[in-house]
Design a protein around this ligand. Structure first.
Ligand code: GLA
Length: 511
């Protein structure tokens, strides 16, 4: 009764164009239930309590569970607040609650999405189920090495080209293409399905693939029959980055499900888990939980951590059973992004080595956004960084030039060198860079790069980059021996291009 009187008052004030002062005209305190929304972040309920001036509230969503409403304040008849979903990269904007008969409306911008949803006051029984569940995290410990990924993992991943548009047939086609193109024999053995395969959980909580993947076990059999391995993707959060179910609350169960399908590789992407796991301890613990669950299955499963390099992941990635860990945000198919990730955000080299690798994200070679020179530079840099080589293009329809970049055995050999050392920058000019990677046989790989958009000469004094005098040189992209290198190497590098050399020290007795 009282509520309807308040609403009548609001309606008449609104009709008269009245602007209220600092205190809210309408009492929005209480519990609210949102109309089911298909869109991010799927708000479910809202609770506001306290006194005018000291209001506090919690808003719940399927992505982030219960989030406190920050800076909750009134402005006329509206309430304004902000949310922190744990993503430090995004600006925070005001979200606005407006009384709107017969309930309220929530509008504003959250992360990259526009929100516009309505809610009604919770009726009796509507909030009967408890709030969003939270789960205890295990104490930190060091997991044993799983013995996998002695060299950086190689294969293909669906995301860069297909995003969510991935299905069983495409994965089978890609497996066939890996064989037919010779890429499998060049080392690309993992066929990794990224986000977009997940369906719903059954009544026992077992995660099912969606309709585009009729039978994961049969798909794994198909891939295995071709001498390849199958990878899959999930998140420690309730939702994956594209909004599919994550492994929140189902970690052990999901690990067992994947093992029963014959999965060989898991990419585990923080996504909506960033709202739940905001500290070093929490992020490490939740990755450890999945690492332990994978190991407990007894199946060898490569564990790929994807938490965008937070909390110095390279320092502890191995300790949670990880074999590779993303060190940056997402790559995209353009030279500036690739170069920023590859050259400027390089993770600490000392963390990389057999069993555990810094992961600057998957390859874009062949996706069309860069020139051939740029893709060669991309591949050169990834090989020098001992980065995982996960092709991200459509292997069914690539050009001979793309295949030549991906399949160059000598370049792959630099990436896969058994010493497992990540290369480092040895020289930095205005537009040029020199990177050196020590190799198991005592030689070194040397990358010469031109980051400018016009051809640029480069001059490298071998001694200045730690390679002695008169090394024996081979050009790996051209596949030609260059003979003795003297004291200095001079070349012109095309715009955004790269030269990759193998440099052998000149034996002492030949001087
Ligand atoms: C994140 C990851 C990407 C990809 C998408 C899928 O953005 O960093 O590599 O897995 O999620 O949604």
């Amino acid at each position: 009764m009282l509520r309807s009187i308040v609403w009548a008052l609001v309606a008449s004030l609104a009709a008269a164009g009245a602007v209220a002062g600092d205190s809210p005209t309408v009492d929005l305190r209480g519990q609210w239930v949102f109309a089911p929304a298909k869109d991010f972040p799927n708000f479910t309920r809202l609770r506001i309590e306290g006194q005018p001036g000291t209001l506090r509230g919690t808003i719940s969503s399927e992505w982030y569970g219960d989030l406190p409403m920050l800076q909750l304040r009134s402005e006329g008849s509206r309430l304004l607040f902000q949310l922190d979903n744990g993503n430090p990269r995004v600006a925070k904007h005001d979200l606005v609650l407006t009384p709107e008969k017969p309930g309220l409306r929530l509008t504003g911008q959250l992360w990259y999405a526009q929100v516009d949803v309505t809610a009604h006051r919770a009726g009796r029984g509507e909030l009967a189920s408890s709030g969003f569940p939270t789960y205890p995290l295990p104490p930190l410990r060091d997991l044993p090495d799983n013995g996998l990924a002695r060299t950086p993992p190689m294969g293909w991943n669906s995301w860069n080209k297909f995003a969510e548009g991935i299905d069983d047939k495409t994965v089978r086609d890609i497996a066939d293409a890996l064989v037919a193109t010779g890429l499998r024999d060049a080392g690309y053995t993992y066929v990794n399905i990224d986000d977009g395969w997940q369906g719903m959980r059954d009544s026992n909580g077992v995660l099912q693939p969606n309709a585009k993947f009729p039978d994961m076990k049969l798909l794994a059999d198909y891939v295995h029959a071709r001498g390849l391995k199958l990878g899959i993707y999930s998140s420690p959060g309730p939702k994956s980055c594209a909004g599919y179910p994550g492994s929140y609350g189902h970690i052990t169960q999901d690990a067992r499900t994947w093992a029963s399908w014959g999965i060989d590789y898991l990419k585990y992407d923080l996504c909506s888990g960033e709202a739940f796991y905001r500290t070093y301890e929490a992020v490490r613990a939740v990755y450890q939980e999945m690492g332990a669950a994978l190991q407990a299955t007894g199946r060898p499963i490569v564990f790929s951590l994807c938490e965008y390099g937070r909390f110095d992941v390279g320092a502890w990635g191995r300790k949670v059973g990880g074999n590779l860990w993303r060190t940056t945000g997402d790559i995209s198919d353009d030279y500036p992004t690739m170069a920023a990730i590859g050259f400027d955000k390089t993770a600490a080299a000392e963390h990389a080595g057999p069993g555990g690798w810094n992961d600057p994200d998957m390859l874009e070679v062949g996706n069309g956004g860069m020139s051939e020179e740029e893709y060669r530079a991309h591949m050169t840099l990834w090989a020098l960084l001992a980065a995982p080589l996960l092709t991200g293009n459509d292997l069914r329809s690539m050009t001979p030039a793309t295949l030549a970049i991906l399949a160059n055995r000598e370049v792959i050999g630099i990436d896969q060198d058994p010493l497992g050392r990540q290369g480092t920058r040895a020289q930095h000019g205005q537009a040029t860079e020199v990177w050196v990677k020590p190799l198991a046989d005592g030689s070194s790989a040397v990358g010469l790069f031109n980051r400018s958009s016009s051809p640029t000469p480069i001059s490298v004094v071998w001694n200045d980059v730690g390679l002695g005098t008169d090394p024996l040189l081979r050009d790996l992209w051209r596949g030609v021996d260059l003979g003795h290198g003297g004291h200095v190497f001079n070349a012109e590098i095309p715009a955004h291009g790269a030269i990759l050399l193998k440099s052998r020290p000149r034996p002492a007795n030949t001087f």
